[in-house]
Design a binder for this molecule. Structure first.
Ligand SMILES: [Zn+2]
Length: 501
């Protein structure tokens, strides 16, 4: 792989509230796809570039060195991380929104997933799904397959071949599903899961022998109510039995009927979250989707175990499940990333999840304001003591009382997701030593996105930190696949419109 130098604007998140916007960065990617070094301020001139590179022992005139120089309106961001989606449900996008979760599963989802019993259907569908997800700038994706072993191996093959970073899991579901779409026994479910884990571990390295694996297996009990106690226990043992414990993904506290049913099935457990804990499925590598209806003791348990939440607001609005209180989770120090949850969510783009996460946090913030006003109104006071109308929120924690900022939204879409996947040392931002998983974003007019505005003067205007933040906000709130010029994973170009280069 050729070494690469990128010289231009770059924005990345360093922490939940720390956005680093660098208008003139110089970033070097070595021949293994890792970030070799990053200079934060290098004047946009060939001489300054040459001098800065020489300081690191790099020669900008090396014919084998690839130089990426963005045009006005282009900038680099870390690749997006989708911590929860269902690959077989893509054909169902934007259907079934009249249902809540349990009816939606029976009427829309299970019939579709049953079709993946046919490998030919899986091959054709999954190839298109993975291409679409990459075109949307998702460089790391946590995939649920169906319950079928062969189809899920095909999904892993396609992801591996396309060079995306991913976790791929086969659903475990041996009760309370559809008669024609349910596993025959806990033993069969476990054996097929172990087979898939071995298969993914045996996929060849994507490059030279030292190159890191990009595709990982993930244990995927669909949700507690779809698994017998025997199956949950055996999956917990399987996850812990590997030298490096396997990642786990499942759903939790999404919808009120689901929570009630789970309580009935596991009366011995204190809460829905305690079910996973009881069976060894709640640990630092566990990704729990949704968490709209988690109680405080459950949040505390999640924090204690080092697990985290995949926030899927598009799905939560669409299936009328509720709103997860992400600000509260962040204040508690719980790991949080974003998920599209296709097709409960009707959009496969993390950019849409960003917008809905913003809206969800704004709803929470003005519900609090409304409650404060109601409190003011319900306390009769002598007229002279009546305070002026107040819409000020209650004393604020850092995230709980406010809508999510631009910095936090970028964090959730990148470093937060990476952290939830236990990949925070590998991806999520542009710190040296991490893999170069990145997007070259373009808000230029030729991208053809009618929601993105461009003034003629922008063509010659020097980029400032404020201007870069403004372009980032435009991308997060109005961008789509047309604005993603290039998609790199581990330094390898795997997608994008390629209009700018
Ligand atoms: Zn889901």
């Amino acid at each position: 792989m050729a070494r690469t130098l990128y010289h231009g604007p770059l924005a990345h998140a360093l922490a939940p509230a720390a956005l680093d916007a660098l208008p003139a960065a110089l970033l070097a990617v070595d021949d293994t796809g890792r970030i070799a070094w990053l200079d934060t301020h290098v004047a946009p001139s060939p001489d300054a570039r040459r001098a800065a590179a020489a300081h690191h022992g790099w020669d900008v005139d090396d014919p084998l060195l690839r130089l990426v120089l963005p045009r006005p309106g282009q900038f680099l961001v870390p690749g997006l991380v989708d911590t929860h989606t269902h690959a077989p449900q893509f054909p169902n996008i934007a259907s079934g929104g009249q249902y809540e979760l349990l009816d939606w599963l029976s009427n829309v989802t299970f019939p579709r997933e049953a079709r993946f019993a046919h490998p030919a259907y899986a091959r054709k569908t999954y190839a298109a799904v993975v291409d679409r997800i990459i075109s949307l700038g998702t460089t790391t994706c946590c995939y649920y397959g169906t319950l079928h072993l062969e189809a899920t191996k095909i999904l892993a093959d396609i992801v591996h071949h396309r060079g995306q970073r991913a976790f791929v899991g086969k659903c475990n579901m041996d009760r309370n599903c559809a008669p024609t779409y349910q596993e025959a026994s806990a033993e069969e479910s476990l054996a097929q899961t172990a087979d898939l884990v071995d298969y993914i571990h045996s996929l060849p390295h994507p490059g030279p022998p030292a190159s890191p694996r990009l595709v990982h297996p993930i244990i995927t009990p669909r949700f507690a109510l779809a698994c017998t106690n025997t199956l949950l226990a055996s999956l917990g043992h399987l996850a812990a039995s590997h030298v490096s414990p396997l990642a786990i993904q499942t759903h939790v506290a999404e919808n009120s009927a689901e929570v009630e049913f789970t309580k009935q099935l596991f009366p011995e457990c204190l809460s829905y979250t305690h079910v996973y804990d009881a069976y060894g499925l709640l640990g630092p590598r566990t990704i729990l989707a949704h968490g709209c209806l988690l109680g405080n003791h459950e949040l505390e348990l999640i924090k204690e175990r080092g697990a985290g939440i995949s926030h899927c607001p598009t799905s939560n609005f669409n299936l009328r499940s509720g709103i997860a209180n992400v600000g509260k989770m962040l204040d508690m120090g719980i790991k949080v990333g974003l998920g599209t949850d296709v097709s409960g969510g009707f959009a496969p783009s993390i950019l849409v999840a960003v917008r809905d996460a913003s809206t969800a946090s704004k709803i929470i913030s003005f519900q609090k304001n409304t409650a404060a006003i109601a409190r003011d109104a319900s306390a009769p006071l002598p007229e002279e003591l009546i305070p002026p109308p107040s819409i000020a929120p209650l004393p604020a924690a850092e995230f709980s009382e406010a809508h999510l900022s631009l910095a936090t939204l970028l964090y959730l879409a990148t470093l937060g997701g990476a952290s939830l996947c236990s990949l925070e040392d590998t991806i999520g931002n542009f710190l040296p030593g991490k893999a170069f998983d990145a997007l070259l974003v373009s808000v230029r007019p030729e991208t053809g996105n009618p929601c993105v505005w461009w003034e003629d003067e922008d063509e010659s205007k020097a980029v400032t930190a404020d201007g870069l933040q403004s372009m980032l906000e435009t991308f997060l709130f109005a961008g789509d696949d047309r604005n993603i010029d290039s998609v790199w994973v581990q330094g390898r170009l795997i997608g994008g419109t390629g209009q700018g280069n």
